[in-house]
Design a protein around this ligand. Structure first.
Ligand code: XUL
Ligand code: CO
Length: 438
């Protein structure tokens, strides 16, 4: 097969002064930061659905993307050919992981049996390409939302057959993820939610979702899939009320259904902002409770209110993400998956390189800033000092469980009032952060 990107050679690190648009200025894969190479920190991944399948279609018009390797019909041959293109792209970019939905990689057939067969055929090629390049599968997943059979949801559908079909699909997706040595499996809610409570039995739907996830975990055990399961929060889109609203709702759901020790979070930036949070809030909330799994790296547009899935270019955001990641020891099974798409107007193949290079560089710069902030220690000390009242005296006693409402009431009656508060110094904190950004 002829190269899909013949004029592009492997993207190299050229340093901050480089003006070459097809080079990294900050992402230097082998550079060691806090004892790990950059590539080990990030575990960058390409999202097959956007990068290889994004057409640029929107509600107002059809696709715009120019993808010269795509054949006139999306048949098996075309799907296999596309795999070669995907691996050429990832190799030239220097990304070591990818993620996919079953339906991204292989076309649906007329029956489930035929669809599974198609998937097996493409998985053979994926495996070949993985072996040839050393690129690995970060996580796999099943598309339980595109086909009209899932109009009412999959695991939460009012139609029991939709649940059964979804189960068959996830069973197969787990098998191929195992076959490809995938390091994880992600559940994103898809249409698991509702539009109006008037036609919805919420309790029943949630119970079904819990049962579905248990079946997945049980089946993984049965076939020997040891990868990490992730649950990906998103508050809305496609349904008005998604059950996986945010990290807090997801963790609550997992604990309520006895899945808390089986499934971690896959946190997506744009989903966090749709939920009225920042990504660092979501990461911190998950990490503090031991649920930090993986990241779908992108960004939204606060002037638009939907999931625009743009590539991350904001160094403040990547710095904050990296501060949290470094604080909690970084990824184990997870990674930074670019769940992001080029704009509809950026239709040329080379734009895929510009987009990913920008995202990788922005994260690399964020990592360097975060590491410098940590090495300096000022910010950490400021936060520590802010909580100093808990390090000794009454605070330390409360933390050690030595007090009750009664004893605290006695303490306060005797003391009369609290030790005066000190300033929160938000502006000073922001200035300290800026010292490392510019
Ligand atoms: C949808 C989304 C999905 C999941 C995988 O908003 O983020 O692509 O990441 O199903
Ligand atoms: Co995502």
């Amino acid at each position: 097969m002829a190269a899909a990107f013949p004029e592009i050679t492997k993207i190299q690190y050229e340093g901050p002064a480089s003006a070459n648009p097809l080079a990294f200025r900050y992402y230097n894969p082998e550079e060691v930061v806090e004892g790990k190479t950059m590539k080990e920190h990030f575990r960058f991944s390409v999202a097959y659905w956007h990068t290889m399948r994004g057409s640029g279609a929107d509600p107002f018009g059809p696709g715009t993307m120019w993808r010269p390797w795509e054949g006139p019909v999306d048949n098996l041959e075309n799907a296999k050919n596309r795999v070669r293109v995907a691996f050429e792209f990832m190799q030239k970019l220097g990304v070591e992981y990818y993620c996919f939905h079953d339906r991204d990689v292989a076309p649906e057939g007329a029956t489930l049996a035929e669809t599974n067969k198609n998937l097996d055929e493409v998985v053979k090629v994926l495996k070949e390409e993985q072996e040839r390049t050393g690129i690995r599968l970060l996580w796999g997943t099943a598309n339980l939302f595109s086909n009209p059979r899932y109009m009412h949801g999959a695991a939460t559908s009012c139609n029991a057959d939709a649940f059964a079909f979804a189960a068959a699909q996830v069973k197969k997706a787990l098998e191929v993820t195992l076959e490809l040595g995938g390091q994880g499996y992600t559940f994103w809610g898809g249409r698991e939610g509702y539009q109006t409570i008037l036609n919805t039995n919420m309790k029943r739907e949630m119970d079904h979702l819990g049962a579905f996830m248990h079946m997945a975990v049980d089946y993984a055990k049965e076939i020997g899939f040891k990868g990490q399961f992730y649950f990906e929060p998103k508050p809305k889109e496609p349904t008005k009320h998604q059950y996986d609203f945010d990290v807090a709702a997801c963790i609550n759901f997992l604990r309520a259904y006895g899945l808390g020790n089986k499934i971690k979070m896959n946190i997506e930036t744009n989903h966090a902002t749709l939920a009225g949070h920042s990504v660092e809030h979501e990461l911190e909330y998950a990490a503090a409770q031991g649920f930090l799994g993986s990241i779908d790296a992108n960004s939204g547009d606060l002037l638009l209110g939907w999931d625009t899935d743009q590539f991350p270019t904001d160094v403040y955001m990547t710095t904050k993400i990296m501060l949290t990641l470094l604080k909690y020891g970084g990824f184990t099974t997870g990674g930074l998956n670019f769940d992001a798409k080029v704009r509809r107007e950026s239709f040329e193949p080379v734009d895929l390189f510009h987009a990913h290079i920008g995202g990788m560089d922005t994260f690399a710069k964020g990592l360097k800033i975060a590491a410098a902030i940590r090495e300096d220690g000022t910010l950490e000390k400021m936060v520590k000092d802010r909580y100093a009242s808990w390090d000794s005296g009454i605070g330390a006693e409360i933390q050690a469980g030595k007090h009750s409402f009664k004893s605290l009431s006695e303490y306060m009656l005797q003391k009369g009032d609290v030790t005066p508060n000190t300033s929160g110094q938000q502006e000073l904190y922001e200035n300290v952060l800026n010292r490392f950004v510019f």
